[in-house]
Structure formats: structure tokens, C-alpha cells
Design a protein around this ligand. Structure first.
Ligand code: SF4
Length: 233
């Protein structure tokens, strides 16, 4: 189990219901470029990129898919080559044997049950091998109307530090966030936390002194007397 950051949220900063929209608005101002870093041109490419992104960086996936998507344009293309060839083509993303197997299983179902198209609904996506809730949430959110909130390692850590949840399991954290975050922000909210997590609220050494949330955050390491500089005048 990944380390928990729940215990870091110790300071009194007011109810989370009052803090959530200011938190989102400040993050939007601070990270106007927050969005998915995976490069894709179709629903199929989106699905494949997200499946390949497990346990590796988006930059690495983009490097691999640049060539992969020239060769594999339709679900049938993933089924037409020997498994070893597909494994080789995705090898640099790591866990390539499991990923190749999952891709083949997924493409088979897409061809047989969905006319070669990527389905829209969460429950259909969750039927696909190698597609867990996080992957399905990313795909659905990128295609328009989010049906849940993506919880990855950054979303988990920041939600805990910001006192938005006291849970450790992603499914329970998502349940808390769904109750708290207004629906109009479900698409963008994970991207904001992911980018803030990469740039500012780093796992081992959060840069609280440079953080626009330091007066709204119960885990802030900045002295109370020096915060509140981000609140509107
Ligand atoms: S970096 Fe910001 S969000 Fe993270 S713990 Fe510090 S004040 Fe809180």
C-alpha cells in the first residue's frame, strides 16, 4: 500500500465544503495548462495510451505511441500480428507482456461486441481486460462528460493533505470527492491535482512556501502568521 498522507492534515482551516471551490479556482489560475499529457487523435488511441501509461510516464508512452499508432490503426491490427511482435512494439512502456495481453483481449472484445468502436459507458469500458476504474475514468472524462473522478497517486496524496478525504483506498477517496467536488469540475479536477502534485506538492518535499493553497491546506508547513497572502483582497 502506498504511504498515507492523512495524518499530515492537522491544521484547522475550515470545512472542506467551503474550501473546495476556492481550491479549484486557485489551481486553475496557477495551472491554466493542466490537462492530459498523452497524445492521441482518436478514441482508440486514447484508450491504448491510457492502458500503456500504467507504471510509466506519459512522456515515455508518447514516445512509444508515435510509431505504434502508425502501424496499428484499427483494433484488428492489434490482432493481426503475433503476440511477440506487439510485445516488442510496446516494450519500452514496461510490463509489456501484461499490457500486450490486455491490448489483445480488449481489441478482440471491441471487434466482436462493439463494432470496432470504443464504448462510451463506464460499465462497458470496465469489461475490457486491463481497463480498471482509473483507466475507464480517464477515457470517459477525456471524451466529454466525466462519470467519476480519476484518483491516481497525486490525486490521492493531495486530497489527503488538503483534508478532502481521510480514506486511503482510491475507490473510497473517489466516493468522497464525488460528494464534495461540484460536477462541473469533475473533468478538470484530477488534472489540477496531478499538475500541482508534480510541480508544487511533491511527495517527499512539498513546496508549501510557494503554494497558492497554503492558507487553505491543513497540511501546510508554512507558519500560520505568514499565510493568507493568496486570499482575494
Ligand atoms: S504544497 Fe500546498 S497543498 Fe501541498 S501540503 Fe503544502 S500547502 Fe498543502
Amino acid at each position: 500500500m502506498a504511504p498515507s498522507y492523512v495524518a499530515e492534515a492537522r491544521r484547522r482551516v475550515g470545512p472542506k465544503r467551503n474550501r473546495i471551490v476556492p481550491i479549484i479556482e486557485r489551481l486553475q489560475a496557477d495551472h491554466p495548462d493542466a490537462g492530459i499529457a498523452l497524445e492521441y487523435r482518436s478514441d482508440l488511441e486514447l484508450l491504448v495510451s491510457v492502458m500503456l501509461s500504467a507504471q510509466t510516464t506519459d512522456v515515455n508512452v508518447n514516445r512509444v505511441t508515435e510509431r505504434l499508432f502508425q502501424k496499428y490503426r484499427r483494433p484488428e491490427d492489434y490482432l493481426a500480428v503475433p503476440l511477440a511482435e506487439l510485445e516488442d512494439d510496446i516494450r519500452p512502456t514496461g510490463f509489456f507482456r501484461q499490457k500486450a495481453k490486455a491490448l489483445r483481449g480488449t481489441m478482440k472484445i471491441l471487434v466482436e461486441d462493439y463494432g470496432g468502436r470504443v464504448p462510451d459507458r463506464m460499465e462497458d469500458l470496465l469489461r475490457l481486460p486491463g481497463v480498471a476504474r482509473k483507466t475507464a475514468n480517464v477515457v470517459v472524462a477525456e471524451r466529454g462528460e466525466a462519470q467519476g473522478i480519476v484518483v491516481d497517486t497525486h490525486v490521492r496524496r493531495l486530497s489527503q493533505r488538503l483534508g478532502l478525504t481521510r480514506q486511503d483506498e482510491p475507490v473510497k477517496i473517489e466516493r468522497d470527492l464525488i460528494r464534495l467536488v461540484p460536477r462541473r469540475y469533475w473533468n478538470v479536477f484530477p488534472h489540477l491535482l496531478i499538475w500541482h502534485g508534480r510541480r508544487v506538492c511533491i511527495a517527499r518535499r512539498p513546496r508549501c512556501e510557494a503554494c497558492v493553497l497554503n492558507d487553505l491546506c491543513p497540511a501546510s508547513r508554512v507558519e500560520v502568521s505568514t499565510v493568507a497572502s493568496h486570499a482575494p483582497a
